[in-house]
Design a protein around this ligand. Structure first.
Ligand SMILES: [Fe+2]
Ligand SMILES: [Fe+2]
Length: 292
């Protein structure tokens, strides 16, 4: 058995706090990362998958500050971008500059193989109301969504064809699935799923080696299985329940666990009474992905 961790939506290097479904306390992240460093060391993972919204301020300095905080965890990691990372025309250039030592190729779309598992990392673009795609925000972003570009879908098919014998996970900031009905609450804030998630799921049907899709963005935990494909959505570190996932990889399966920080005060500071449902139910917190 070997393990990797998933850390999502740390929103590092932000000087402002706010509220999403729970209090969203970005200014506690330096302390959270110090706690996480200690917690991660006990698990000794092979690497961390950081599923986007790594930085939360649109400057080159912030990108490097976020990189330094990720480096402070003391574990190899694979970064990917989200809507808070890729905002400006320069954002991807800064990302590649800051994280180049952590990327297998100098690109925001990449794949890698670790032991018995293959990973494909995607970088969806902004999609405007008229359906046009753009890699960054131009004009007001209200009503925008995100979609995997046709070029990336072709890249994904080529990559999956070239690695057809390896069990594969897709990692993408935006979930391909919607928030399940059991999680819905009146007044719930929904950051939105991939505009062409159904198309991506349809494409993946042709590649049975793909066993799971790992995402963040929604700042809540859930696990759903659609047509035999497991979708794992993991909450945001600065927002309740301030958790991360552990994936224990065996020859025939991956066991998924959810962990809070060893210092529970971060979660309790963020929690708004009655909104603890963002941690998910039992079925959203542990799971098994069959690899055979
Ligand atoms: Fe986020
Ligand atoms: Fe996001």
């Amino acid at each position: 058995m070997w393990r990797f961790l998933q850390v999502s939506d740390p929103h590092l290097a932000s000087l402002t706090d706010g509220q999403w479904n729970n209090n969203f306390i970005c200014t506690m992240m330096p302390d959270v990362m110090r706690c996480l460093r200690r917690d991660v060391a006990k698990l000794d993972p092979d690497f961390i998958l950081a599923t986007g919204d790594i930085v939360s301020q649109d400057t080159r300095d912030a990108m490097f500050a976020a990189r330094d905080l990720m480096d402070s965890l003391g574990v190899p990691y694979y970064p990917m971008g989200g809507n808070h990372d890729f905002v400006l025309p320069e954002s991807r250039e800064w990302f590649l500059e800051a994280f180049r030592a952590h990327l297998p190729v100098l690109d925001t779309v990449y794949s890698f193989t670790h032991k018995n598992l293959h990973f494909c990392v995607l970088d969806p673009w902004w999609q405007w109301k008229d359906g046009t795609l753009c890699p960054y925000i131009e004009g007001p972003s209200a009503g925008a969504s995100w979609a995997v570009t046709p070029h990336q879908l072709r890249w994904l098919e080529d990559d999956l064809q070239a690695h057809s014998t390896l069990p594969t996970l897709i990692a993408v900031h935006y979930p391909a699935v919607q928030i399940p009905a059991r999680m819905q609450r009146p007044g719930m804030r929904n950051a939105g799923s991939l505009a062409n998630g159904a198309l991506l799921i349809e494409l993946l049907k042709g590649y049975p080696q793909v066993k799971g899709v790992i995402s963040g963005h929604l700042h809540m935990n859930f696990i759903v299985t659609v047509n035999g494909l497991t979708h794992i959505v993991t909450g945001s570190l600065p927002e309740y329940p301030t958790e991360y996932r552990e994936y224990q990889v065996y020859d025939d399966r991956i066991e998924v666990f959810t962990h809070g920080l060893s210092d529970p005060s971060f979660a309790s500071r963020s929690l708004i009474s009655g909104k603890d449902w963002t941690q998910g139910e039992v079925e959203d917190r542990t799971g098994i992905i069959r690899l055979t």
